[in-house]
Design a protein around this ligand. Sequence first.
Ligand SMILES: *Cc1c(COP(=O)(O)O)cnc(C)c1O
Length: 395
Amino acid sequence: MISALLPNYARADLAFERGEGAWLVSVDGRRFLDFGSGIATASLGHGNKHLADAIAEQAHKVMHVSNLYRIPGAERLAQRLVDASFADSVFFCNSGAEANEGMIKFIRKAMAETGRGERFRIICFEGAFHGRTLGTLAATGNAKYLAGFGPVVEGFDHVPFNNMNAVRDAIGPGTAGIIVEPIQGEGGVRPADPRFLRELRAVCDEYGLILGMDEVQSGMGRTGKLFAHEWSGITPDVMSLAKGIAGGFPLGAVLAKEFVAKHMKPGTHGSTYGGNPLASAAGNAVLDVLLSPGFLDNVVARGAQLRAGLDRIARDYPTVFTEARGQGLLQALACIPPQGEVQAACAEEGLLAITAGENTLRLAPPLVVTPADVDAALAMLDRAARRVAATVKPA
Ligand SMILES: *Cc1c(COP(=O)(O)O)cnc(C)c1O
């Protein structure tokens, strides 16, 4: 008989009761070091007092009023995101997929409203992940995820990642824009070459296309800058955010420059929950921490510490790993045995890691991780790798 909770996930048989910082305590009292942070989402770790207090205080006042009224917390959060980014205006929703649906609509509408309605196609990349709604599935373009769900939403062209010739070849009279992840997260933690991002910016300027970035996973401090595209020195025209933006509270956002955003007039788009007082309180509390002096410097330092350890582990266990890759606190090890085996060995050592495409073990700890946490995680990973290495034949 089917379980009451839809069995659409391959869940580990683990349940957690509480957490503190980068640590989680299971219902049976075991402690785990959480280097998945709810899929790169619990950016302030678990049990963060500032975030929990902000949510509790707002919940006691008013949680939800709808977007029929002004929401001061949302206005403040939007202004702070505008002040900290390339954008002029922000739309709030509840998830990454919704943020990407919004971004797609923003791009198409801007073309339609400037007399270029025939330009609705968006160039996306092989290995991308943009979400599970019908539109974002089409943008993702992964045949496995699309199978069985009927006609694919029209208007997305996929080309190889980090390949500028392929992008130029794909641009046609129907092209409206490009959507790219600065680091492909689900696709295997594959960073875009900074030069590739700069060339995408240039080709969009050359052809009058809109450059969209999906920073749902890479944004909000994950790589040590507030947004990962900052490392490349260019800015997009529109960007989606979610995951870490409210530290685990469901919130998504579309940030856009005025020339894109101004076409989204009343009636063009909406969300009942989007940016409600509770979600906005959580988003503002997260931003308080991310924007505090030195916070992102610590992400850079912990990322470097983690990466140095991963490089060493990749060298020490050449039958288990081929390489480490990533940026900041979004790192990965490319695995030789099935990624799930390595992940399970990590869990046995007390380390929660996640996986990604192309047989990758992904590490995305809370951004508040300490030097001691990183050392502890590396020691656990080393023991897990030794355990796995003992079971694989030398190459
Ligand atoms: C997780 C993710 C999404 C989808 O976010 P949901 O909140 O699961 O809808 C979209 N894009 C990227 C880059 C992601 O990592």
